[in-house]
Design a protein around this ligand. Structure first.
Ligand SMILES: Cc1ncc(COP(=O)(O)O)c(C=O)c1O
Length: 388
């Protein structure tokens, strides 16, 4: 019998981190690597945020803070919700955690009893099902539909008396889909009829949308769902602060209190210095995002134009985030494809299977146009050579 817990044995390590580790190994041996696996902005953190860190250090802000975050930051997060999303929250509706990941963890640990179901539309971010399993819930994977979007029919079918949460993540990792107001209205109509279902809206990519498409919260469409919605957000993607680990959740007070209790018995507060960095980030001029969006969009279009030349790839244009999720035409084993691609060409992508989408792969276009051009051309060439 293993010394390790059944809980630990039941979950898979992060597929994206595993691929990144394989790429690193290859790099160490001096071989060429074109890494399209990374889920983080390649832009540096906007320099004005440095001042927040420097000032916090000068002021010795190195002690424990309130578990759920410093009040100034929670107030600033409320202002952000008002300004960006037209949503009204008070500081007691907010929890600040060590990354969006910890917000999700706190929420699942706070609410799931063994056997409770969490609806996860496929393709999904790899961590959702594993986190649900860790919290002893049952991930219910909603089958993938055309265009990667959850449909009202599939949602209705997935709901059972045991459903606790529906996860909505748009712009999505890994597909980049964004729901229209009409689509959100259709979900809301079903959710209103099912008052036992809570909504976990993971909005971490909200600022990264393209082609004049803008993020909309389901709470803008249906405010009455606020009493059972938890919004997940953070600083990783919008401010390129991935390594600093800062995220936040907004939801009903009772839930936030329970999440705070869980956090108080695990990590306590997010790093004090990093909270001040977050405060500075939110107070600053976020016009840099306009430039980032423009740059990401042009890189996305570069990849799409290279892929359009290959009959072995079926690609749907992502409307947000920084991922493309192509379908391999005539190639069934996406894991073998990704392994072979790395070995033969040095290009790193993540296979689709861990995202609930066998036969697909994910690439991140949060890297330079130069690397993207070379890497995408190699993918097309590899498919041409290897799969006739
Ligand atoms: C969809 C989604 N949600 C949440 C997160 C968590 O981000 P972090 O813990 O860095 O805030 C990620 C990170 O990749 C993500 O892709």
């Amino acid at each position: 019998m293993s010394f390790l817990s059944q809980r630990s044995l039941n979950i898979k390590p992060s597929a994206t981190l595993a691929v990144a580790a394989a790429a690193l190994m290859r790099k160490k041996t001096g071989k060429e690597v074109f890494d399209l696996s990374i889920g983080e902005p390649d832009f540096p953190m906007p320099p004005y945020i440095n001042h927040g860190i420097e000032n916090a250090l000068k002021a010795n802000k190195t002690k424990y803070t309130a578990v759920d975050g410093i009040l100034e930051l929670k107030e600033e997060i409320c202002l952000k919700f008002k300004k960006d999303n037209n949503l009204a929250y008070n500081p007691e509706n907010i929890i600040v955690s060590t990354g969006g990941k910890q917000v999700l963890f706190n929420a699942f640990l706070s609410t799931l009893n063994p056997g409770d179901e969490v609806i996860i539309p496929a393709p999904f971010w790899v961590s959702y099902p594993e986190m649900v399993t860790l919290a002893q819930g049952n991930p219910i994977i909603c089958p993938m539909e055309d265009h990667f979007k959850l449909t009202p029919e599939a949602l209705e079918k997935a709901i059972t008396p045991a459903t606790k949460w529906l996860i909505l993540n748009a712009p999505s990792n890994p597909t980049g889909i964004v729901y229209s107001a009409h689509e959100l209205e259709q979900f809301a109509a079903i959710l209103v009829k099912n008052p036992h279902v809570w909504i976990m809206s993971d909005d971490i990519y909200e600022h990264l949308t393209y082609d004049d498409i803008w993020f909309k919260s389901i709470l803008n469409i249906c405010p009455e769902l606020a009493s059972r919605t938890l919004i997940i957000n953070g600083f990783s993607k919008a401010f390129a602060m991935t390594g600093l680990r800062l995220g936040y959740g907004a939801g009903p007070v009772e839930l936030i209190k329970s999440m705070t209790k869980i956090q108080s018995q695990s990590t306590s507060n997010a790093s004090s210095i990093v909270q001040y960095a977050g405060l500075t980030a939110l107070k600053g001029d976020m016009s840099f995002l306009t430039e980032w969006r423009r740059e990401y969009q042009s890189r996305r279009d570069l990849c799409l134009s290279i892929f359009s030349k290959s009959p072995k790839l079926f690609v749907q244009k992502p409307q947000g985030a920084f991922y493309i999720f192509p379908r391999l035409v005539g190639v069934t084993d996406d894991i073998q494809f990704a392994v072979g691609l790395l070995e033969e060409t040095g290009v790193v992508v993540v296979p689709g299977s861990p995202f609930g989408a066998p036969g697909y792969f994910r690439l991140s276009f949060a890297t330079s146009a130069e690397i993207l051009k070379e890497a995408c051309s190699r993918i097309v060439q590899y498919l041409e050579n290897r799969f006739v």
